[in-house]
Design a binder for this molecule. Structure first.
Ligand SMILES: Cc1ncc(COP(=O)(O)O)c(C=O)c1O
Length: 371
């Protein structure tokens, strides 16, 4: 957040900051989705829905998982909430007793440890620097203890862009504890890559889904949980008390989004793939090496140059001198230090301009970035 606040301050002062730090693709929500929300509002679809979500939306999620991954899900298992963030808080409240441990990726989404501690659990970060920043079941196994209650995975991964193949997902499933699979970046894979769902490999899993990323709907705040049969009663009761329900007209728009999922995801994916190719082509000129080959999501994690201080210092320097906002690797966990994350949150032409500015920064600060 330091980078975000400072970038906003510089912009207010008139500096042309290029944003490569945001957790959103920076694309407009598709017109049919917006139209569906408008029509739902005009039709007064503004009252409470079933607390776990509109039956039509829960069915649409099941239909989507059936066609996309070949898994059959009872709609009772789907619980809709205000973005995957609310879903993550909710699932850990339901799963954890005080002191229960959850093994999670490091580097990983910065909010994960906070969701777990909010539920009085203990986050256990499995540092993946040793495995080339690929979160693996072998790595998780080293962190299992009698107190391990759940394993949290996230593919395509924020911040590495890593995806897991079928064998890797099956290996997570075989470890034993319930797997909470954050699948919010599904649909946003690089060419030739396709995400598999954890539900193809085990029923002992929770899926966390979102409309934010693959449908360009970050501000709509809509996500869902798919919980195992044995958790349906506990989660739906808790959900009813804590949340009552989720914005009804937005759920109607989400049904339209799922109905047009293939087209919308393809449009978002193609744009992001163009941006990723553009950024990757620029890296060698700048002497930057990938921490991990990104195969999905819209992030590129790179090793920072030598002698550039901490990743937070480098991010501050790039913002101050080049007016390029990026994210320091340290915010993603101890293993993230030594890296910086570029988000593909700006169009390709902006990415090129940002890289020219970074290049100029390097020339002007030879002591900081010897090449
Ligand atoms: C891995 C991951 N999970 C969950 C979220 C939360 O997304 P939302 O609450 O918009 O669904 C994010 C946001 O950046 C994320 O990167």
């Amino acid at each position: 957040m330091g980078v975000v606040d400072e970038a906003a301050r510089l912009e207010r002062a008139g500096y042309p900051v290029i944003h490569l730090e945001k957790g959103e693709p920076g694309l407009d929500t598709p017109a049919p989705v917006k139209q569906a929300a408008i029509e739902a509002l005009l039709a007064n679809k503004t009252r409470y829905s079933h607390s776990s979500g509109l039956p039509e939306l829960r069915q649409a999620v099941c239909d989507y998982y059936a066609s996309q991954y070949g898994v059959r899900i009872d709609p009772r298992r789907v619980v809709v909430n205000a973005g995957s963030s609310a879903c993550l808080v909710e699932i850990f409240l339901a799963l954890l007793s005080p002191g229960d441990e959850v093994v999670l990726p490091d580097p990983g989404y910065p909010a994960y440890p906070r969701f777990i501690t909010a539920a009085r659990g203990v986050p256990v970060q499995a540092g993946s620097a040793v495995t080339g920043y690929q979160h693996t079941a072998e790595l998780v196994r080293e962190h299992l203890t009698p107190r391990t209650k759940a394993i949290l995975i996230n593919f395509p991964n924020n911040p590495t862009g890593a995806v897991a193949d079928a064998a890797q997902l099956a290996a997570f499933a075989e470890l034993g504890p319930i797997v909470v699979s954050d699948e919010v970046y599904h649909g946003l894979e690089a060419d030739g890559c396709h995400s598999r769902s954890i539900l193809e490999f085990t029923d002992n899993a929770v899926v966390v889904g979102s409309f934010s990323k693959a449908y360009a709907m970050t501000g709509w705040r809509l996500g869902y949980l798919i919980v195992p049969e044995h958790m349906v009663t506990a989660v739906t009761r808790m959900h009813e008390d804590l949340f009552v329900g989720t914005n009804t007209f937005i759920q109607w728009a989400a049904i339209t989004a799922l109905g047009d999922a293939a087209t919308i995801q393809r449009q978002v994916r193609e744009e992001l793939n163009t941006r990723r190719d553009c950024l990757l082509a620029e890296l060698p000129r700048l002497g930057l090496q990938l921490a991990h080959q990104p195969r999905g999501a819209f992030y590129v994690l790179v090793r920072q140059w030598a002698n550039t201080g901490t990743s937070a210092q480098l991010a501050a320097d790039l913002l101050k001198h080049a007016h390029v906002a990026i994210t320091p690797g340290s915010v993603f966990g101890p293993s993230g230090e030594g890296n910086i994350r570029f988000s593909l949150s700006a169009p390709a032409d902006q990415i090129v301009v940002a890289m020219r500015r970074v290049e100029k920064f390097l020339v002007e600060h030879p002591a900081l970035a010897p090449r």
